[in-house]
Structure formats: structure tokens, C-alpha cells
Write a protein of this length. Structure first.
Length: 318
């Protein structure tokens, strides 16, 4: 990178590349920011519905026990579905219990888990998560099918809460419940009401977990894109400074070359003529001839001149 900052063309090329990356990060930030209110609303609605279903199951069958055996528990971890969400996937995977089978929900989460050798042998299934609030119901049904296919007696959900990487542990399926001493009366048989309530509670719990995972993914993407945008701005400022320095050096070099050329021409014009014409030598001004004054003659010289004239041109006689 240091060598590139000494070449003007390379600096301009890097500036164009950084601007392109900045444009992409701004677009991703805008999409995540527009999706955040929808995800918040979906998570709130799913939580309100779940509270009703959970209260019915608790009144009919009792509250689930939390002191389960980790070795015989299926831990279903819900994480990000799409990339570019920072270290969220790794932070969630670091909170997994050391024992028990694991189910992963979210393609990005599963991709990061493949790079952890000690976790590969524990994974029972990998399934896609929700990328939009409209997919919560369909993804919840798919996750429920995968969980039932494992035949695990106890299933615990692990999902982020309030848009943070902190995991919340919730019992999805559990045979161990605190017995209810005084179950409520109902018009239908208690078994039928309990079965319907369990189905609704499981579906609602999965929808809430998926919505919370999606909310954490959107928040992490906002943070990641904002950090990337600031990094692009710092990089552009560094490249602009290098471009200005290189441009000034180029202009200075051109001025020096022009000055050296003019000096060489002047020095050639001052040299003596060696026989060859110099195209840049100044032309000499034409000289005007000086008139000569006649020398005065003596009387003897005048008489001799007349005699010579008489011999050349004889005088005519009458």
C-alpha cells in the first residue's frame, strides 16, 4: 500500500475503488435502516401472541423446569441469515453450552460454525432463518419440522434479545414441568385444549425467536455498515492527501523541466559561431556604407589630368 501512494495513477484508482465500496455500504445501511421498524413491529406482535399461548399452557400443565440435563438436550441456536453483520455469529456461538446436541438456524450462523471443529460433531440440523418479517411463519414451520425429526425429549431455544448478542434461554419442548395443583375448568376436555395450546405456544415461541434473531441481525448490520462507512471516509482522506502531494510534485517537476529547457536555449545563443548556422542566434543588423570625401588635388595633378583627358578625347577642329 505504501508503494501505491507514490504513483498518481494508482492513487486515483484506489480512490475510485474506495468510493465504490462506500456507495455499497451506504446502500446497505439504508436498506437495514428501512427494515428495522418492520422487524421491531413483528417482534412485538409475536411476543404479545406468545404471552397468551404460554399462559394457557402454564395454567393447564404447569411451568417448565429449567434444571434440565444438558447432555440430553437439543439446543436450537438462532442467528443471522445473511452476511455482513460483524462478529454477531461468532459471539452467539461462543455462548453455546459445552454438552448436548445443537441445531443451527441461519445460513450465516451455520457458515461460521463450520470453522469450529469441536462443534461439527454436535450439529443435528442446519436450516435457513428469516430474512424478512413476512417469512417468520414459514420459517417457524420448517424449524419445527426439523426439531420433531430429531426426537429429542427436551428442546431449548437460544436466541438474541433486544437486538443485542446476549442469548435468552427458553424451553420449547420439555417433559419436565411443575405439576399444577388446581387446573382450570374448561368446556372442552383438558387434553384437547392443552394440545392446541402447545401447538400455538411452540409456533409463537419459534416466531418470536426468529424475529429476535432478525432484529439482532439488522442492528448488527447497521453497526457494521456505519463502521465501514467511517473507515472509507478515513481512507479517502488519506488518499486525497497523497493525491494532492503527488499532484503538486508533478507540477513542480514540469516547471523545473521547462525552466531548464529555457536556460539551455539561452546558453546556446551566447556561444561563438563555429561555422554552422544557429537557428536561435540573433541576426546582425545591416551596415550602412560610410561616404568617402575626395582628396584635394594640386595644380600639377589637375594639369596632368587635363592632358590625359585630351589624349583620350581629341578636340575637334574647324
Amino acid at each position: 500500500m505504501a508503494d501505491d501512494l507514490h504513483d498518481l495513477a494508482r492513487v486515483e484508482h484506489r480512490m475510485a475503488a474506495v468510493r465504490a465500496v462506500e456507495t455499497v455500504t451506504r446502500a446497505m445501511w439504508a436498506l437495514a435502516r428501512a427494515q428495522q421498524p418492520q422487524v421491531e413491529a413483528a417482534a412485538g406482535q409475536a411476543s404479545a401472541y406468545l404471552d397468551v399461548a404460554e399462559s394457557i399452557v402454564t395454567r393447564l400443565a404447569g411451568a417448565p423446569r429449567t434444571d434440565t440435563d444438558d447432555a440430553h438436550t437439543l439446543w436450537v441456536l438462532l442467528g443471522p441469515e445473511r452476511p455482513f453483520c460483524g462478529p454477531l455469529s461468532r459471539m452467539l456461538l461462543d455462548q453455546l453450552p459445552d454438552r448436548g446436541q445443537v441445531g443451527l438456524v441461519g445460513h450465516r450462523l451455520a457458515d461460521v460454525a463450520r470453522h469450529i471443529p469441536e462443534l461439527s460433531s454436535r450439529v443435528r440440523f442446519r436450516v435457513a432463518g428469516a430474512s424478512t418479517p413476512d417469512e417468520l411463519g414459514a420459517r417457524a414451520d420448517r424449524v419445527a419440522s426439523e426439531i420433531l425429526a430429531t426426537g429429542a425429549p427436551t428442546v431449548m431455544l437460544l436466541y438474541p434479545t433486544d437486538g443485542t448478542p446476549t442469548l435468552r434461554r427458553t424451553a420449547l419442548l420439555s417433559d419436565a414441568r411443575e405439576p399444577e395443583s388446581d387446573p382450570p375448568e374448561s368446556f372442552l376436555p383438558v387434553g384437547e385444549v392443552l394440545e392446541a395450546a402447545v401447538v400455538e405456544a411452540v409456533g409463537g415461541r419459534l416466531a418470536v425467536a426468529l424475529a429476535e434473531a432478525l432484529r439482532a441481525e439488522v442492528v448488527a448490520r447497521l453497526v457494521a455498515t456505519e463502521a465501514a462507512r467511517r473507515a472509507c471516509e478515513r481512507q479517502l482522506e488519506t488518499l486525497r492527501h497523497a493525491w494532492r502531494v503527488l499532484r503538486q510534485d508533478t507540477i513542480t517537476q514540469e516547471l523545473l523541466e521547462l525552466s531548464a529547457s529555457l536556460s539551455a536555449r539561452r546558453s546556446r545563443s551566447r556561444r561563438p559561431n563555429s561555422g554552422a548556422p544557429d537557428a536561435y542566434a540573433p541576426t546582425a543588423a545591416p551596415q550602412t556604407p560610410t561616404p568617402q570625401t575626395p582628396t584635394p588635388q594640386t595644380p600639377t595633378q589637375r594639369r596632368a589630368g587635363r592632358r590625359r583627358h585630351a589624349r583620350v578625347w581629341p578636340r575637334k577642329t574647324g
